[in-house]
Ligand binder design. Structure first.
Ligand code: TSB
Ligand code: ZN
Length: 606
């Protein structure tokens, strides 16, 4: 058998463009890719029986997956890093060539994952890369020598299924960060540390905001009293804004008959994301993955005229989605979620003004919450995917045009993304980035011509004839869960006064000050403030530290002098000591900050 490369000539070497002719991005890609090889070499030296799988460059570095005789420890990573530095120091060439599959099978005879990949490659030849004594199967894209891979650090290891398939073996994935210079690497590592400090899962535990239990199941967190307080405040606030903006609120059940979702099209296009149905007497019931069908039924209770429109039906609706176990975590991606949802039933002429109205609401909400970094994404269908998206070209074109025109009229820039639409129509998504720079959708505005059709919705127009309304689906806060995850990280747990689960802690210096401390508490309670008295046996310093760790905005220390003067000694978690303050003034200050929904002077006032 002759291979393509043999036909091409004797030279089977894989030529790669010289490093210095590449763009900085391409060069960095090659550095990261080469570092993965250097890592695999180090792992095989340390564990000669290791089986190695794949090792691609990623966003901030690289990883490599291995089957190893035992779980890795942090010390292992340090040792591996040292071995890698040795290879970098020796600065050996990295050489690639095309080889026939049989030759590759001989080289990787002991490596089942490589053999599996060789079998799957369609060409007759495969790429073989080698440096020092280390062989890898690879498409190429490397630095010329191991001395050129830049500044790196192994950050952690984690389990990862071979091919991401839970039925295949669980491998150990070693992650590395890699940048051209040590300064860039240090900056990235520092940012990562800060992100870990703000991680909402960790703060959620430390600040007693929510809990998760294996017994309940993945993606089903419970908000504890403090987290529940934050959610209720967000909810009450937004409902008030919505009421002012002409929304009407309903409550509807979290499940319905499968027939309802067959009618809406969820069953056909969204079933994979739904919990499986349950049999109930003669009916098949299913947990709702979206609130729309119920709101449509609310619309349908009357025959509407154009004068009723736009009709805005809102609900903080709880819904359930079968998110895969690999992606759920904390509060940001869950299986039970409550969406600040609304469905606006309107005439085609009203879509743009409704869109603008929702956008105003989103901007107001974000401004109050201090969310300043977000971008707009026009999410379109993937036209090739007929299963996931309703098949109706004209409808998609129209929806997309309305949304892009609406954005243009508001003078807002956006990117477009194919394959991100809802099954029933395009969306304008508002994208935020979490502390690790990962992008997520928070708010969304969607134009839907499909569900009105499915349910045969109508209104009587000015002309006396029946017309089809349009539905604008929208979420302003997004889900309470995802928004809370984001806010916990944004504020590093230090919620602004109006959202803080506890707004002030009163700290009596000695037992004899507890009575006065209770008076102070009552004064705050009368102004509807959330206050606690720390009357435990600890010394004052320890009490202040505890309140500080709990990120309580105000600490009111009371002793003899304060009790005598009807005053408190006021401390702010970020500003520190504010000195002696008359009680009435202290109450006014805290209540005033609450009413103004002020953000902290130091947003990360940890
Ligand atoms: C806006 N029917 C529409 C609604 O009327 C709808 O459900 N749209 S959605 O599918 O895009 O979901 C709305 C929002 O829920 C998303 O923008 C996102 O912020 C949030 N969300 C989606 N999935 C999850 C999840 N698994 N965990 C937490 N929040 C989620
Ligand atoms: Zn909807």
């Amino acid at each position: 058998m002759t291979t393509a490369s043999q036909e091409a000539g004797q030279d089977q070497r894989r030529e790669e463009a010289p490093l210095d002719t590449l763009s900085p991005e391409e060069r960095l890609f090659r550095m990261r890719h080469s570092a993965a090889h250097v890592l695999a070499e180090a792992v095989l030296e340390m564990f000669p029986e290791a089986k190695y799988a794949i090792g691609p460059p990623i966003d901030h570095g690289f990883y490599y997956d291995f089957e190893l005789p035992r779980p890795l420890t942090p010390e292992d990573l340090t040792r591996l890093e040292r071995r890698m530095r040795g290879t970098v120091y020796r600065d050996v060439p990295i050489e690639g060539r095309w080889i026939p599959k049989d030759e590759a099978r001989a080289i990787f005879a002991e490596q089942p994952y490589k053999l599996e990949m060789i079998d799957e490659i369609e060409d007759d030849t495969v790429g073989h890369f080698r440096h020092a004594e280390f062989d890898d199967l690879c498409r190429g894209g490397h630095t010329e020598r191991t001395g050129q891979i830049g500044a790196f650090a192994l950050t952690h290891s984690a389990g990862a299924y071979w091919r991401g398939d839970e039925r295949r073996p669980m491998l150990q994935r070693i992650y590395g960060a890699l940048f051209p210079t040590q300064e860039e690497l240090d900056a990235w590592l520092e940012a990562r540390e800060e992100a870990e400090r703000r991680d909402h899962r960790r703060l959620g535990r430390e600040l007693e905001l929510f809990t998760s239990s294996d017994l309940v199941g993945q993606g089903l967190p419970t908000l504890l009293p403090k987290g529940a307080t934050v959610r209720r405040l967000l909810e009450d606030w937004v409902v008030t804004l919505e009421r002012r903006a002409g929304y009407q609120h309903v409550y509807s059940p979290v499940l319905g008959k499968v027939d309802l979702y067959k009618r809406s099209g969820h069953w056909e296009h969204y079933q994979e994301d739904m919990f499986p149905p349950m049999q109930l007497e003669h009916d098949e019931m299913v947990l709702r993955p979206m609130n729309c069908p119920h709101h449509i039924l609310a619309y349908e209770t009357q025959l509407h005229s154009y004068r009723d429109l736009p009709l805005r039906i809102a609900e903080f609706g709880t819904m359930y989605r079968f998110e895969r176990s690999g992606v759920v975590g904390g509060l940001s991606r869950v299986r039970a979620m409550s969406l600040n949802d609304a469905h606006i039933f309107c005439t085609p002429d009203q879509i743009k003004s409704e869109f603008a109205g929702v956008m105003r609401l989103v901007e107001e909400v974000y401004a109050v919450l201090g969310i300043t970094e977000y971008s707009y994404r026009l999410s379109l269908r993937d036209p090739a995917d007929q299963e996931k998206y309703v098949d109706n070209d004209a409808m998609w074109d129209l929806g997309q045009r309305v949304l892009s025109e609406a954005m243009d009229e508001l003078g807002l820039d956006y990117v477009t993304a194919e394959g991100e639409a809802a099954f029933y129509g395009p969306k304008l998504d508002i994208q935020i980035r979490d502390m690790l720079g990962r992008e997520e959708t928070m708010s969304t505005i969607q134009v839907d011509f499909h569900l009105p059709e499915q349910f045969g919705l109508r209104y009587i127009g000015e002309d006396g004839a029946e017309h089809r309304p349009v539905i604008v689906h929208r979420g302003v806060l997004g889900t309470a869960e995802r928004m809370m995850a984001y806010l916990i990280e944004l504020y590093a747990g230090a919620f602004p006064v109006w959202l803080a689960p506890v707004q002030a802690t009163v700290i009596p210096i000695a037992d004899r000050h507890v009575d006065y401390a209770n008076e102070v508490r009552d004064a705050l309670l009368r102004r509807d403030l959330r206050v606690e008295v720390d009357d435990g046996g600890d010394r004052m310093g320890a009490k202040i530290r505890r309140a500080q760790l709990q990120k309580v905005p105000y600490m009111l220390v009371v002793g003899d002098r304060e009790a005598e003067a009807d005053a408190v000694s006021m401390r702010h978690r970020a500003l520190g000591d504010l000195g002696p303050t008359p009680l009435a003034e202290a109450v006014d200050r805290i209540a005033g900050e609450r009413d103004a929904q002020s953000l902290d002077p130091e947003p990360d006032g940890a």
